[in-house]
Design a protein around this ligand. Structure first.
Ligand code: FEO
Length: 392
């Protein structure tokens, strides 16, 4: 394949993974993904920006078939979807060096066994000249792993961001075309990869404000010709308070919890609150992760199974706890037959969350008149809390 030109001397040489269904053996990818690599031909030196997932090495090599020199492989991030092909590239280009930061070197050495003498380490703000083109390295830790950084191609005003601003989207478009589709894919990506590191990402967003950026070239999904589109989205997801939204992930075994979820949903809607419900028996868990980005309140619905929450509910709560959404309130509703420790177990599972617990509504068997009253009270409490915190 021929490298795809982005600007004079700058080419796309990445791989589109149309068929990948899961990321990190965890997150569903309904739209596939891509592993973007870029080639920058300076007058004196040639740099490859990141590589591709090892399963797609053949695609990168086909792009590089007529490229006889690579001097630098810029490694922004050690995760294998970007670094996995580095050993093969080093084998093909015997004098090429891997350019990364000291933490990146440590991670690449551990995961890929790259020899010591193939590295050049760079510090925050350092530049690398390719002749008529200059890369400036900007440390942006925890835009997935601790070593992550981005680089700014000064003459062309392109920010290469690797995971940051990425979207899980397989497309033949090099540039963003369908903004709605890219927004959803980037939000799914943010929810699963970036949300837990929100506070640090806030600092990284501040840091890149200083740069005049014309293109953002991530290593997943298409390139942004309108950088403010994705920067504004990140500012909303990272900085703005949650919205007037209640999400209800739930499972029902014998319909009691289901009746409660439907009733509470109706009452919340009557109060002008947006509600999103997720039946965890058949859900794409990535959709729940996306909903967690904006939710003001999470209401978990579960029956009692073997004295505790349903295992699929426990999984969703465990995931919520590690994703650390900015929701302000949490409650639990559901039903039991004769006893159990469901509430205590779930409360103990959300220790990472800075969240206020609203009184659970946990009832015996099918809901009765007095149980619906408790759900009325919960709906009212959520409404009042959203109002108090300026979400309504
Ligand atoms: Fe796209 Fe953290 O790897």
């Amino acid at each position: 394949m021929k490298p795809r030109k982005i600007k004079e001397g700058i080419y796309y040489v990445g791989a589109v993974d149309w068929n990948r269904k899961l990321f990190d053996a965890l997150i569903p990818l309904p739209n596939g993904t891509s592993y973007n690599a870029y080639l920058i031909k300076g007058e004196e030196k040639i740099a490859l920006i990141d590589t591709v997932d090892p399963t797609m090495t053949h695609v990168l090599l086909s792009y590089l078939e007529d490229i006889h020199q690579i001097d630098f492989i810029i490694s922004h991030h050690g995760e294998q979807d970007h670094s996995g092909a580095i050993p093969i590239i080093l084998e093909k280009y015997k004098s090429a060096k891997v350019v990364t930061n000291p933490k990146g070197k440590e991670i690449l050495s551990i995961h890929l066994h790259i020899p010591e003498d193939r590295f050049i380490t760079v510090s925050d703000g350092e530049t690398l000249s390719l002749g008529n083109k200059t890369l400036k390295f900007i440390y942006t830790p925890w835009v997935h792993w601790p070593e992550t950084m981005v680089s700014y191609l000064m003459e062309d005003k392109i920010l290469f961001t690797c995971d940051l601003f990425g979207s899980h989207l397989a497309t033949s478009d090099v540039f963003v075309n369908d903004k709605g589709l890219v927004y959803d894919s980037a939000k799914r990506y943010y929810a699963e990869i970036m949300m837990p590191f929100r506070n640090i990402i806030q600092k990284n967003l501040e840091k890149i404000k200083a740069y005049n950026i014309e293109l953002i070239a991530p290593s997943h999904g298409p390139i942004y010709q309108d950088p403010s589109f994705i920067i504004d989205a990140y500012n909303d997801w990272v900085n703005n308070p949650p919205k007037n939204i209640v999400i209800i992930p739930y499972i029902s075994m014998h319909n009691s919890t289901n009746i409660m979820v439907e009733y509470l949903t109706e009452k919340l809607i009557e109060k002008g609150i947006k509600v999103e419900i997720f039946d965890l028996s058949s859900i794409d868990i990535g959709k729940l992760a996306m909903a967690l980005v904006d939710a003001g309140t999470i209401v978990v619905g579960t029956p009692t199974v073997l004295t505790g929450p349903h295992p699929k509910v426990a999984y969703a709560v465990f995931l919520t706890n590690v994703l650390k959404p900015k929701a302000k309130f949490l409650s639990i509703i559901g039903s039991y037959g004769w006893g159990g420790k469901t509430i205590d177990i779930l409360k103990n599972m959300v220790s990472n969350l800075d969240i206020e617990m609203l009184d659970p509504v946990f009832i015996k068997g099918l809901p009765k008149k007095e149980d619906f009253k408790l759900l009325d009270d919960l709906a009212e409490k959520i409404y009042e809390k959203h109002k108090e915190f300026g979400l309504a």
